[in-house]
Design a binder for this molecule. Structure first.
Ligand code: ZN
Length: 171
């Protein structure tokens, strides 16, 4: 296993639509293992392939932060199939260090995806799980959480990013 480098906004790969995965081979399993290791090391609850400069529709998540093995989930070719309600909570992203902004998301989300062997499954979650499913599926579509902020909050975040870039805290 190996730690991968997490790319930061505005790296172009973060804004590309990820390619669907068609080969469920050893290379994919290795990528997923490395992504889990990288996510845990960075203390994140989700990490998508574009964030490690791989433009594919793959993400890993664990909303328990490594406490509960059943929440360690890899989703390949994810699709959101149902959303309902809404929630507003502070959200962060490993490609935007130190940026935490309240964002409106669905309260409940059902997603479907393939596992590393290619078998389809569904995941039905609320609160943080729903938020994570939406945030990471967005990454696979080339959408970052900045795109989901209100105009005012986006400007605020961009100003803070500029400041962090200037002081060298963005690398
Ligand atoms: Zn993110």
């Amino acid at each position: 296993m190996a730690l991968l480098k997490i790319v930061k906004y505005p790296e172009p790969v973060l804004h590309e639509v990820g390619k669907p995965v068609t080969e469920f081979n050893a290379e994919l399993k290795q990528l997923v293992e490395n992504m889990f290791e990288t996510m845990y090391a960075a203390k994140g609850v989700g990490l998508a392939a574009p964030q490690v400069a791989v433009s594919n529709r793959v993400f890993v998540m664990d909303c328990s932060g490594g406490e509960d093995e059943s929440q360690k989930i890899a989703m390949i070719n994810p699709e959101i199939i149902h959303t309902e309600g809404e929630q507003i909570a502070e959200e962060g992203c490993l490609s935007f260090p130190q940026i935490y902004i309240p964002i409106k998301r669905s309260f409940r989300t059902i997603a479907r995806a393939q596992d590393v062997s290619g078998n389809w499954f569904e995941l039905d979650g609320t609160e943080l799980t729903a938020r994570c499913l939406l945030h990471e599926t967005d990454h696979c579509d080339g959408i970052v959480f900045l795109d989901r902020m209100t105009v005012l909050k986006r400007e605020m975040a961009k100003r803070k990013i500029k400041k962090l870039q200037k002081t060298g805290e963005w690398d």
